[in-house]
Design a protein around this ligand. Structure first.
Ligand code: AMP
Ligand code: MG
Length: 333
């Protein structure tokens, strides 16, 4: 008897089996350099439907299509010169581009929520790349967590959150970047930053010139109908999150950053990066929030994170984790 999910190290045999499962319409969770993805064969309508069902994700919230290379990307979306420049410069890597969808794209219309645009990315993780090569088709993959919750950066996070909903988890260790990809919408002029990430505004502008982005990249991106993932409350643990903490209550868990030890007390504490390294902090963020999200505490208090480099993206996620939550189902996943 096969126990679901199979959790396997990403050997060549396991990757071949994962590709077979995807081809048969099953869901496979796999590592990328950003977070773990919940993968489905993007051309299979039923498989794509089961991604939305497994996550509890509203069907109007489009998925990112993962491809092996620029050539496969061009089978899905219409690239102009600037988009190609970004592809050459930033792929494989934690960068997603929204482009017009090709009418003959080999993907179910549901992947892009019926829009005539599509989000594509070439992931930089070797396991993701090998899986895409083995399947030789685009993979639709949101983060492998329930809608609105904290993204998974380890195989165990996936197993805990989605357990029996996936046929297999390719266990490729911890995700190195630890935050979701930067998303740039190239269907408007100038192109617009929809979600900050490891690839920063300057890096993009160095390749294609000015883009539209909020004053601070980390500030909430304006909410528009074609950016359904950008709603305020998202990435949220069960416990309330309190930002810019300079003190900590006796029953709160402290998420610290940097060498400053002046905050005393708290029920427990973890440090995102004792050295004050923002990339290390990004890589640790979700894993530490998962660990502190324990009913033994009353809230997670987070020390201030500098607004520079990947700190913009960390603060973007933290603001959404701390945003007031409505009773309606979370919109982004
Ligand atoms: P996730 O799958 O959780 O990484 O979220 C993917 C996000 O990509 C969505 O929630 C949207 O914000 C964005 N996205 C995907 N496709 C499109 C699209 N066609 N147009 C605009 N944004 C998109
Ligand atoms: Mg997500």
């Amino acid at each position: 008897m096969i126990v679901r999910p199979e959790i396997l190290p990403p050997t060549a045999a396991a990757i071949a089996r994962a590709a077979d499962l995807l081809r048969a319409g099953d869901l496979v969770a796999f590592p990328t350099e950003t977070v773990y993805g919940l993968g489905a064969d993007a051309s299979n309508q039923d498989a794509v439907e089961s991604v939305f069902a497994a996550k509890g994700r509203p069907e109007f919230n489009p998925l990112i299509v993962h491809v092996a290379d620029l050539e496969m990307a061009e089978r899905v979306a219409v690239f102009d010169d600037r988009a190609r420049t970004l592809g050459h410069g930033l792929w494989a890597g934690p960068f997603t581009v929204v482009l017009p969808r090709r009418p003959d794209a080999p993907i179910s219309p549901m992947v892009s929520a019926g829009l005539d645009t599509v989000a594509v990315r070439v992931p930089g993780h070797q396991v993701a790349h090998s899986l895409l090569k083995a399947l030789d088709r685009p993979i639709a993959a949101p983060s492998a967590n329930r809608s609105g919750g904290v993204s998974p950066t380890t195989p165990m996070h996936v197993a805990k959150d989605l357990g029996e909903r996936v046929a297999m988890i390719l266990a490729g260790g911890r995700c190195q970047v630890g935050l979701e990809s930067t998303i740039l919408d190239m269907t408007c002029d100038p192109p617009r930053l929809l979600r900050p990430g490891r690839v920063g505004r300057r890096e993009i502008e160095g390749l294609i010139g000015p883009i539209a982005a909020p004053e601070s990249e980390g500030q909430a991106v304006p909410l528009t109908p074609n950016a359904p993932g950008q709603l305020a409350s998202h990435y949220a643990p069960r416990l309330p999150v309190r930002l810019n903490a300079v003190t900590v209550g006796p029953t709160e868990a402290l998420l610290a950053f940097g060498p400053d030890r002046s905050i005393r007390g708290g029920a427990t504490r973890l440090n995102l990066s004792p050295e004050g390294d923002l990339h290390e902090a990004a890589s640790n963020l979700y894993a530490m929030i998962h660990r502190l999200d324990d009913p033994a505490y009353t809230a997670i208090a987070v020390m201030p994170i500098p607004e520079r480099s990947i700190g913009f993206a960390i603060n973007d996620r933290l603001r959404r984790a701390a945003a007031p939550r409505s009773n309606s189902p979370a919109i982004e996943c």
